[in-house]
Ligand binder design. Sequence first.
Ligand SMILES: Nc1nc2c(c(=O)[nH]1)N[C@H]1C(S)=C(S)[C@@H](COP(=O)(O)OP(=O)(O)OC[C@H]3O[C@@H](n4cnc5c(N)ncnc54)[C@H](O)[C@@H]3O)O[C@H]1N2
Ligand code: MOO
Length: 379
Amino acid sequence: MAMSCDHPDLLPLEEALRRLWEALPAPATAEVRADRDDPAADRAAMDGVALRSADGRAPRRILGTLFAGEDPAAFRVATGTCVRIMTGAALPPGADAIVPVEQLSEAEGAALVQVDPKSGDHVRPRGEQARAGGLLLPAGAPLTAAAAGLRAQVGLPVAAPVRLRVDVASTGDELVADPAPHQIRDSNGPMLAALAHALGAEVRRRPSLPDDPEALAKALQAPDGAPILLTSGGVSMGEHDHLPSVLADLGATILFHRIRLKPGKPMLAALLGDRLVLGLPGNPVSAYLNAMLFLPVALARLQGLRPPDPWRTATLAARVKNKGDRPLLHPCRLRDGELHPLPSKGSGDLVTLAQADACAWIEPGGLEAGAKVRCLPVV
Ligand SMILES: Nc1nc2c(c(=O)[nH]1)N[C@H]1C(S)=C(S)[C@@H](COP(=O)(O)OP(=O)(O)OC[C@H]3O[C@@H](n4cnc5c(N)ncnc54)[C@H](O)[C@@H]3O)O[C@H]1N2
Ligand code: MOO
């Protein structure tokens, strides 16, 4: 009879994700205030002519052209005149409306408007978006790309975008380039490097670590280590699973070890000084999925971004069993919003994972065809 090794005390995934988020420091961000009115002058919102609306449809002599960035003081619009104007240009003195090119014709240097212009038509008025000194973003707001643009707009410095550095190291004496039947190649190292790169990190592969506590301790303390170290293997109950005890001996803060997820039970996260160690389980599907769950959270937090939400929703096309008491991530093909479960052999089955588009979240007890489920894309 199959025996279950599940335990009720395993940490739920959401709690593990929350602990990781809260343990990592986000960069401090000051509030953002408008340095001047936005827009700083009345501006054209359309290409056309700038004119006095009070003069209705009367023909107007075109005094010249104003492009975005040009000083409008070169012109003065009075009754019987107008200025050709391009989107973004400041309105010339005297003008209070824009008539777009589509609504006018030109004859002998005069503009003939085909509409009754109203004051403010197609004008972005000064201060429409913000007044000088107004609060645009509070301190601690996420450092999104849009926020970077806003900082630049108000004249604040914006650091050049950088990719966070992530080191990737596999563990295990069984990993060799040319394996005998009792050995294997290192698939996790290249896989996790590719995943971390796809998630926006600058990746460095470190040499594989032997199943030896001293060598492990030395590697963990490498002076040139990246802010995040992804390891795989050596976190479970085996006699060579040294990572948890080595980290504890080095004084690391263990954020969590062992979570309520299949695959991923032995997942570990620790802070060693200011470096985060994500100790991924060695089984390749487990290493992949747990990296996919935890690495984006760490990257986002350290870069001052919002917590990421990698989940999608889809309909299960066929029943998936889950006899355990951990939620299961099951590899599926995704076609037209339907998840077609693949016959996975478990957390060592990299063949099936590589053929999958997404992994469906299956609660204990299993799910029937037609159920709406969340799923994690395989990138
Ligand atoms: N008595 C128990 N045994 C195990 C438990 C448990 O709770 N009690 N958990 C099982 C689960 S779940 C997993 S997952 C594995 C994870 O163990 P480790 O993280 O300690 O990983 P290893 O034992 O080092 O390796 C597991 C498996 O993965 C292969 N592996 C490791 N590294 C790589 C790599 N870089 N590329 C490809 N494959 C790799 C390794 O050869 C093993 O086959 O533990 C269960 N056992
Ligand atoms: O949970 Mo392990 O991570 O099943 O393979």
